[in-house]
Unconditional design. Structure first.
Length: 125
């Protein structure tokens, strides 16, 4: 899979995301995953919408958990996670994915924005 991001510009990683923005991006991520989730043949009911199976509160909890884990790493390492480390995780994801079409959809759902992908897809890994 071709890596979409080659710039390691420090400016790209100087932005911040509000909690509401993070929840919105998490919703976009979950929507991609839900579209690719196979609905069991044994279940004769139609596959429900994502909104029917995941609440806004649950999305917020996922974001909070991700931020807590990121903070725990920073506390353990006694330093913040760097832009280079996030870039390395994006590179790893791109190079080792087994579902490149899903990864492309995830990147697209996040606006193909390296900062947003780093914060909302790579950081939680």
């Amino acid at each position: 899979m071709k890596l979409l991001f080659t710039s390691r510009s420090a400016d790209a990683f100087q932005r911040t995301l509000s909690f509401a923005e993070r929840v919105s991006y998490q919703r976009a991520i979950e929507e991609v995953y839900w579209r690719h989730r196979i609905w069991p043949k044994e279940n004769s009911n139609p596959k429900p919408s994502l909104d029917a199976v995941m609440t806004q509160s649950q999305l917020g909890e996922k974001v909070e958990d991700s931020l807590r884990k990121s903070q725990a790493l920073e506390d353990y390492w006694q330093r913040p996670i760097t832009a280079d480390e996030l870039q390395a995780e994006m590179d790893r994801m791109a190079q080792h994915t087994k579902q490149s079409e899903v990864l492309h959809e995830l990147f697209e759902a996040l606006g193909n924005d390296p900062f947003v992908i780093a914060e909302c897809l790579a950081r939680p890994c």
